[in-house]
Structure formats: structure tokens, C-alpha cells
Design a protein around this ligand. Structure first.
Ligand code: UD1
Ligand code: CA
Length: 469
């Protein structure tokens, strides 16, 4: 079995980003640029890639952790030199070496795979197989120079190309699969190219030819893969390209996206079929959305788990779960590990933090629930607040099943309201309200049995009673 090592070059300074942050740590499509390359390399080889980093790259090392093996290229003497610094750890460890650049986040693992398959399938045992693309405007890229018989003779860097060579529209994308044994032998033979005296990895092509070895070229099929990032203008282009690619995939999977140009979906988001995403919506992090939901317009979901048939309208959901048929918004905020059970209705201007709302809870208007456990079918009156913070610590509020919290109730935590209990409008509840009792006033006092639970039950019975003829 042939073994594969992957190398990602990321030692360049990235000066044109004009940033304190290392270029490869700038996020694209929701994660640092380097993660895209590292993850694609992992997918291909099933083991950590070797990441070539520069001298001032503690932040990059810290970020990737053990997801990549970092090797330092103290001085940036060129791409060939960058690969050469991996020799001590990779020589003799793999039959093939795939090299790519860390600032091209749109390269897909399937493109790497195509290149690898072409390389291994060729009976000519190529020294190198490289990815090319024929572009209307090849500016900024090395040009592929072919012989009359179509074979690849060399790559010429733009900086040293002749006017005739600059006319060539086939360009070097910057992904290579090398025969490892040949590569380690060839790298020390590369000589620096003026004016900057850089060691060009692209010189391996002419060298392979000189050694009588085959050079194979595979043409790419996605122009977005060419996007390399040197400036923040490129960063925005890459972002837009990711957005197009991700949105398109969801649409092909059965998701309606009303306006892809204003829909921002992260790479790790999953969405069920027949869900509709309305404009100006951001789905970020590890968000999952079930089937037949309607999300947006104007919604932001970060690490949200949304069940089937939910509706989130102009609201923010962070690190929280909605079971099926939950409605939130407009202008709702659900955060901090909140859990809304099936059929919860949360209307305008509500906030729920780190609380569990049982099935069928209704919270229509202007309320805050924090650190609360709310039983099934509780009604939270307009303006209800859990006063969960005493200035020092957070405290819990527990509300029993079927309770009715009157408008503008202040629940001074820690406090409990029993099942089927009731609070009056404007009550300030400091002491437990027992099951089935009603408490009113400031501070709230229990004045008798709750009639609410009983009346709601009667109304429910009347509604479900068959027509009498
Ligand atoms: C390179 C290719 C060019 C190709 C283009 C595609 C070479 C000589 N040329 O040119 O044919 O069309 O990419 O984008 O390879 N790096 C290091 N150490 C170094 C120098 C570079 O790690 O000493 C890294 C950079 O961080 C970057 C990558 O290698 O991620 C590419 O280097 P860059 O200088 O941007 O190469 P290009 O001039 O774009
Ligand atoms: Ca570049």
C-alpha cells in the first residue's frame, strides 16, 4: 500500500494583510484559514499534516495544537526551501507527498483526491503531478509551459516570465503530489532564482524533466479553488465564494434559500430538507436545523440545535436547543444552554438563558427567564422576570406544570411556584407558592386556591367537546 504525507506551506509573512494576526489565522467561512487546509489534508491522508510555519508563529502553533505537526522555516527562502525543511521528519516516512499552500482555503479534499488518483494510476510513475487551471485572466500565477506534444516542460513564475510566456492561460494552482524518494533527492538540487533569489518549488517540474521523469498535469474544474489570500480584498472574495459554494450545496439538498447573497451559513451547519431560510440570516458554528423549519428573516443562530417544523423569526439563538414545533420571535434571544421543549411559543422581546421550558410553555411578550426550570404548559405573563442574580450569585427559579404567572411578576430567585399555582399581576414573589395556590401583591402572599388552572382546564374541555346538535 502506498503511504501519503501532506505538507501545508504557511511560513510566509502575509505582510499585505496589514494585520497583527498571522495571515492563516484570519477566519474564512467561520474558521481560521489554516483549518480548511488542515482539515482537507486530514480527510485525504487520515493523519496530521505537516505545517510549515515561520519564526513568529506561536499563535499558529497554539491554534492548530496536535491537529498538525509544525515545522519551523526560520527564514522564508522560497516554497522549495519550505518543503525542504520537512525533510528530516518526512524522508523515508511516506511514498508520496502532497504539498499545498495554507492561504488557499477553497481547495477541496476531492480535488486533492483527484490529483492523487491520477498520480497513482499513471503507469509512467510520475515524479510530480500538479493541478492546473485554464483561466481567462491568469495574472499572479505561475504559467504552465507545454511542449508541442502537450507534455509539461516547466512552470514559469510570473516575475521571470517572458512576454510570450505571460500569454499562456494555463496556470499553476499550487497543489502537487510528489514521488517522495525523488522529491527529497531533487530539493537540494534547486538553485535560487533572481531577482529575489528564492528557491522555487515550481522548479521541480523542469528538474523532473531533466531527470527523464514524467510530469503529469490535472486540470481543475472549480475556479473558486484558485482564490489565494494575500490581502483583505481576497479575504472578502474567498468569503463570498465559500458562501456561494455552501449555499448551493444546501439548495441541492432540498433547502430553500430565498436570497443566497444575504444568507451566511458556516461550513459545519446541517439543515434538513424543506426548511426555508429567509434573507439576512446567519447560521454559525455547529448549528443543526431539522426539516420544514422557517428561519429568518434577520436571524442569527450560533451552535443552535433546532428540531423539525420550528419557526425562528428575527431572533438570536446561541448554544441552545429547540425541540420540534417551537416558535421564537420576532426579537427573541435564547442563549447559554437554554432548552425549549416541543411546542414552546416565545413571542416578541423575550430572553431565555440557561433554562428549560417544558412542552407547550407560552411566553408571549417582554420576559426574561434565567436559570429557570419551567414545567409543561406554563403561561408566562407579559413582562415576567426571573430576578436570578442577587449581585453576587445566580439562583434558580422552579415553576411547576400548568402554573400561570401573572403579567409583570418578579420571581426573586431562589424561588418556586408550584404546579397549577398562580401569581397576580405585578406580584413580587420571594417565598414558595404551593401547588394550586395563588399569591398576589408586593411582597406576594398566598391568598387562597388558584382558580386559573381549573378555568383553563374547563376552557380546554369546552374547546375539545364535539359539536352538540
Ligand atoms: C506560488 C507558486 C505559483 C502559483 C501560486 C498559486 C511557487 C514558486 N510559485 O506563487 O506558481 O501559481 O503559488 O497561488 O511556489 N511560503 C512558505 N515559505 C516560503 C515562501 C512561501 O511557507 O519561504 C508559503 C506562503 O506562506 C504561502 C505559499 O507558500 O502560503 C505560497 O507562497 P507565495 O509566496 O504566496 O507564492 P506565490 O508567489 O503566490
Ligand atoms: Ca500566493
Amino acid at each position: 500500500m502506498t503511504t501519503l504525507a501532506t505538507v501545508i506551506l504557511a511560513a510566509g509573512q502575509g505582510t499585505r494583510m496589514k494585520s497583527r494576526l498571522a495571515k492563516v489565522l484570519h477566519p474564512v467561512a467561520g474558521k481560521p484559514m489554516v483549518d480548511h487546509a488542515v482539515e482537507a489534508a486530514w480527510q485525504l491522508a487520515g493523519q496530521p499534516p505537516v505545517l510549515v510555519v515561520g519564526r513568529q508563529s506561536e499563535a499558529v502553533r497554539a491554534h492548530v495544537g496536535d491537529r498538525a505537526v509544525c515545522v519551523e522555516q526560520a527564514e522564508q527562502l522560497g516554497t522549495a526551501h519550505a518543503v525542504q525543511v520537512t525533510t528530516p521528519i518526512l524522508r523515508g516516512k511516506a511514498d508520496l507527498v502532497l504539498v499545498c499552500y495554507g492561504d488557499m482555503p477553497l481547495l477541496r479534499p476531492e480535488t486533492f483526491r483527484r490529483l492523487l488518483e491520477a498520480h497513482t494510476a499513471s503507469p509512467a510513475r510520475p515524479a510530480v503531478t500538479l493541478l492546473t487551471y485554464v483561466a481567462a485572466d491568469p495574472r499572479g500565477f505561475g504559467r504552465i509551459i507545454r511542449r508541442p506534444d502537450g507534455s509539461v516542460a516547466a512552470i514559469v513564475e510570473e516575475a521571470v516570465a517572458t512576454p510570450a510566456e505571460l500569454q499562456v492561460r494555463e496556470l499553476n494552482v499550487g497543489v502537487y503530489v510528489f514521488d517522495a524518494a525523488w522529491l527529497w533527492d531533487a530539493l537540494p538540487r534547486i538553485t535560487p532564482t533572481p531577482p529575489k533569489h528564492e528557491y522555487y518549488l515550481t522548479d521541480t517540474v523542469a528538474l523532473a524533466n531533466a531527470d527523464g521523469r514524467t510530469v503529469l498535469a490535472v486540470e481543475g474544474d472549480d475556479p473558486d479553488e484558485l482564490i489565494g489570500i494575500n490581502t483583505r480584498v481576497h479575504l472578502a472574495e474567498a468569503e463570498a465564494a465559500f458562501r456561494r459554494r455552501i449555499n448551493r450545496q444546501h439548495m441541492l439538498n432540498g433547502v430553500t434559500i430565498a436570497d443566497p447573497a444575504t444568507t451566511y451559513i458556516g461550513p459545519d451547519v446541517t439543515i434538513g430538507p424543506d426548511t426555508v431560510i429567509l434573507p439576512n440570516t446567519h447560521l454559525v458554528g455547529r448549528t443543526t436545523i431539522g426539516e420544514a423549519c422557517e428561519i429568518g428573516p434577520n436571524s442569527v443562530l450560533v451552535n443552535a440545535a433546532i428540531g423539525d417544523r420550528c419557526r425562528v423569526f428575527a431572533s438570536v439563538i446561541q448554544d441552545s436547543t429547540l425541540e420540534e414545533e417551537v416558535e421564537v420571535g420576532p426579537f427573541g434571544r435564547v442563549r447559554g444552554g437554554a432548552y425549549l421543549c416541543r411546542g414552546v411559543h416565545m413571542g416578541n422581546f423575550g430572553e431565555v438563558k440557561k433554562s428549560r421550558l417544558g412542552p407547550g410553555v407560552k411566553m408571549g411578550h417582554f420576559s426574561y427567564l434565567g436559570d429557570a426550570e419551567v414545567g409543561a404548559n406554563v403561561n408566562i405573563g407579559a413582562g415576567t422576570i426571573t430576578c436570578n442574580y442577587d449581585g453576587v450569585s445566580k439562583h434558580r427559579t422552579v415553576i411547576g406544570e400548568g402554573a400561570f404567572i401573572g403579567s409583570d411578576t418578579m420571581l426573586i430567585a431562589p424561588v418556586t411556584v408550584g404546579a397549577g399555582a398562580q401569581t397576580g399581576a405585578g406580584a413580587v414573589v420571594r417565598h414558595p407558592v404551593p401547588d394550586g395556590k395563588v399569591a398576589v401583591g408586593v411582597p406576594a402572599r398566598v391568598i387562597g386556591d388558584s382558580r386559573i388552572a381549573q378555568r383553563r382546564a374547563e376552557k380546554e374541555r369546552a374547546r375539545s367537546r364535539p359539536e352538540e346538535g
